[in-house]
Ligand binder design. Sequence first.
Ligand SMILES: Nc1ncnc2c1ncn2[C@@H]1O[C@H](COP(=O)(O)OP(=O)(O)OP(=O)(O)O)[C@@H](O)[C@H]1O
Length: 201
Amino acid sequence: MVYKIGITGGIGSGKTAATDYLANSKQITIVDADIIARQVVEPGSSALSVITEHFGIQVLLEDGSLNRQYLRQLIFNSSVEKKWLESLLHPLIRQQIIVELELAISAYAVLVSPLLFETNQHLLVDRTLLIDVPETIQITRACQRDKMSKEQAQRILATQMPREKKRQKANDIINNQGSLQQLYAQLDQLHQQYLGFACHD
Ligand SMILES: Nc1ncnc2c1ncn2[C@@H]1O[C@H](COP(=O)(O)OP(=O)(O)OP(=O)(O)O)[C@@H](O)[C@H]1O
């Protein structure tokens, strides 16, 4: 079985920048929990049928796909509905993550997930890496990237595990306050370490 690294970090921390680099420069297989989370509710999926039955047809857009914004609002206003949705989706996402990690053929594989610790997905990997930046930088970068307001970014940040708790849980930490070149240099070092772990596993 391939050696597995779990990469996490809050909104705008640099997870995508890091995994794009590992995929493109080091040919590492990336399994993206966000992509899988979207795939499990695609039109025609059993999960989307169950969600539509539960919340009503208004949870769909005209083209039959999930109206994420509406659903986000529904669960934002009800912890019961949030729990219901999570208990439906998390096992499906987890199962697909396991399948994709098993199919990986690179030197080691990476699972990237904003909720790696929150959803216990860290138990699916051998080692964890936190991409860490102060919250002020997270908010600035997320706003620049998505043109979202500072308040929106702060609201998302408030739903995520506090930075300090993630720092305690992670095996490795990259400080991504500096330039992209500095991020890549830290990844180069860790990549060498991970190759070592992978071949001794
Ligand atoms: N070291 C850096 N210097 C400058 N810009 C950076 C750096 N790291 C990331 N960025 C930029 O910050 C923004 C957020 O980074 P990225 O999309 O990689 O974060 P993310 O952790 O994947 O975020 P999310 O969970 O919100 O999707 C992007 O526009 C990215 O290009």
